[in-house]
Write a protein that binds this ligand. Structure first.
Ligand code: SF4
Ligand code: ZN
Ligand code: ZN
Length: 332
């Protein structure tokens, strides 16, 4: 393949085959293609508008590097700051990974706030999961992790006045979430995934996902071509209690392998099909949790996070901004 020429520039040797388009691309044209698709998706749904102040949620994984790289190049880095959350899982998301991410972001003009699940609720994710296991709570660590990360990003965005939260979810993540919602019969959840869906509560900051049309293998290839050094360690909890999402992930990988472009077409179809209904969703669809005051479903008096922590035997959650860090954007 290497000896063949790139299908786009027709000058440089091709380095990669892109199955969903059937093209062979050189490094430069591949990077350019990913960048253009991200910017097109941002513009299509007006994800970034003049005056926006954007919090970037950065895990330190490959997708975060792509998000930061493209957003800081195309938009004003001075309108952004980032939050990196240390989950507290032995052998994963170590301090060095976050430090590396911090330097990378600083080089691109973006400040990173480093925080942890422990700082927010008083326990690391590992401790929460172990407590839950001892109490025979059959809840996947990923459920705890996902809820806590979403909560923390929203909390920081609200506290520091960001009006958008950008996360590095890729096409594979989005397609999996869409299918999980369909399989669970959660139509509103499916609608809320749409890029035009408003937040369900005034206390929730609008989330944007600029990489939602970029395959996971493409973000991996992007960082590889760019030579970025990212966190590659696998979380010890990844296969601990297979969730529906994990099963859907395997099925979708097989499907995409056999029929390249399937995930992209799935998401494109949902985007068109759900647009009208999604943009008219209510913005006051939630009520406040009796324990923490954060938004929760109208059917619940206590939010899912408070309930899960209580089931793990944690009733003294801290729930506050742990440090007095002020992003450069807001310093006088
Ligand atoms: Fe969190 Fe699960 Fe990912 Fe581990 S595998 S970091 S627990 S979501
Ligand atoms: Zn080329
Ligand atoms: Zn609560």
């Amino acid at each position: 393949m290497v000896s063949e020429l790139c299908d786009v520039c027709k000058k440089r040797p091709a380095s990669i085959y892109q199955p969903h388009t059937g093209r062979k691309l050189c490094k430069e044209c591949f990077i350019d293609d990913v960048k253009k698709r991200v910017v097109a998706e941002i513009k299509r749904w007006r994800m970034v508008e003049p005056g926006d102040e954007i919090l970037l949620g950065l895990s330190g994984g490959k997708d975060s590097y792509v998000l930061l790289d493209i957003l800081s190049e195309v938009y004003k880095p001075s309108r952004m700051f980032a939050v990196s959350i240390i989950e507290g899982i032995p052998g994963y998301n170590r301090e060095e990974d976050v430090k590396r991410m911090k330097v990378f972001a600083k080089d691109r003009g973006v400040d990173v706030i480093v925080t942890s699940i422990r700082e927010y609720v008083g326990h690391s994710l590992y401790e929460i999961v172990m407590r839950a296991l001892r109490r025979k709570v059959r809840v996947s660590p990923c459920t705890y992790c996902g809820i806590l990360r979403r909560r923390l990003l929203n909390f920081y965005a609200r506290t520091y006045g960001a009006n958008k939260v950008a996360t590095a979810h890729n096409l594979d993540d989005e397609a999996q979430t869409a299918v999980v919602n369909i399989l669970r019969g959660d139509y509103v959840g499916l609608l809320r995934l749409h890029p035009l869906a408003p937040p369900a509560s005034k206390k929730l900051v609008k989330r944007i996902k600029p990489l939602r049309k970029v395959y996971e293998w493409e973000t991996a290839t992007y960082v590889y071509f760019k030579g970025y050094n990212f966190q590659e360690t696998e979380c010890m909890f990844i296969n601990m209690m297979p969730t529906l999402r994990a099963r859907v992930r395997d099925a979708l990988y097989r499907l995409e392998w056999k029929k390249p472009g399937s995930l992209l077409r799935l998401l494109e179809t949902l985007d068109v099909l759900l647009e009208d209904e999604a943009k008219n969703l209510a913005t006051n669809a939630l009520k406040e949790c009796e324990v923490c005051g954060e938004p929760t479903s109208p059917k619940r008096s206590v939010c899912k996070l408070c309930e899960l922590l209580e089931r793990a035997g944690i009733v003294e959650a801290v729930y506050q901004v742990p440090n007095k860090y002020v992003p450069r954007l807001y310093r006088t």
